[in-house]
Design a protein around this ligand. Sequence first.
Ligand code: IPM
Ligand code: MG
Length: 360
Amino acid sequence: MRLNVLILPGDGIGAEVTREAVKVLEHVARQFQHQLLLSEGLLGGVAIHQTGTPLPQETVDLALKADATLMGAVGLPEFDQAPPEKRPEKGLLGIRKVLGVYANLRPVRSYKALLDSSPLKNHLVDGTDMIIVRELTGGIYYGTPRGIHEEGGETRAVNTMTYTRSEIQRVARMAFHLARNRRKKVTSVDKSNVLENSQLWRRVVVEIAAEFSDVALDHILVDNCAMQLILNPRRFDVLLTENMFGDILSDEGAVLAGSIGMLPSASIGDRKPSGAWVGLYEPVHGSAPDIAGQNKANPFGAVGSVAAMFEYSFGLKAEAAAVNRAVEEVLNSGNVTADLKPGGRPATTEEVGDAVVAAL
Ligand code: IPM
Ligand code: MG
């Protein structure tokens, strides 16, 4: 198969973890005899430095041409005081929107080898296996009006949370489809005791559920969900939620997986005429400027994102399974980075990437 992949390393540890992920991608492509065509582009703070904007038009063009995009991370402390419009994060939000990747899939599972890496008790975390489906191109992240302005001698800040029926329908369908191939249970998360947005969300999710009579649906308020995620994580199979709730809850998932460095993600849009899904693949973690450039970052989130790319963008299940198996083998060997609290000397980012390739 021809795999036309755009690489966007981004900022901070993004470059380091992406380098290892690309190593794995190249290796699997060779092993399974696929033709890999790689391009590279600028996104985030590096793009601001080199072009003045976090999402240059050239990057947009490359992303629209590619079959799939692999991203590292964006964000640099020097932009902490900058308004949202001028921040590296704006580039990420922009590319998600341009690609129309409305469903962000964030699998969270506990690995046996990492049970002690979680601050939670082993018996609570053991057996956790869920996928968070986060709506990614709507809600308060994109709603207008927004901004900070002066009004009647006061400074006022406004953001708008907005969803349309069709935006909720398409991401809900994605969640139910995924549930069909898992434990057949969708938990929809909202704040319908306070927000009209959530009331529409719940109504539409119930309507979509009627199309999937083999899948069970329940609803949970977001505050209670935050608690249940750490009290009883095994109760969740597919967790469906809007953009900001999903952002917040998925970081909680990191505690279950042992480290935020473990979490991959796949952002999926509609099908292209070729049948492939439009996809953007990125680890859940950020750019971690405090450890950037030190060869210490955990590349498993990025490597897992390569597995997700094989599965979702190219329908290559054996390739995806091979990568996931190799990750598990390396985890079991204990040859892992410092965030996973290895017994002996922590491995470097590069050593972990090499170990995954060796396991493959
Ligand atoms: C994530 C990140 C991003 C988000 C930031 C970097 C804009 O936190 O992917 O979870 O909020 O979506
Ligand atoms: Mg986040």
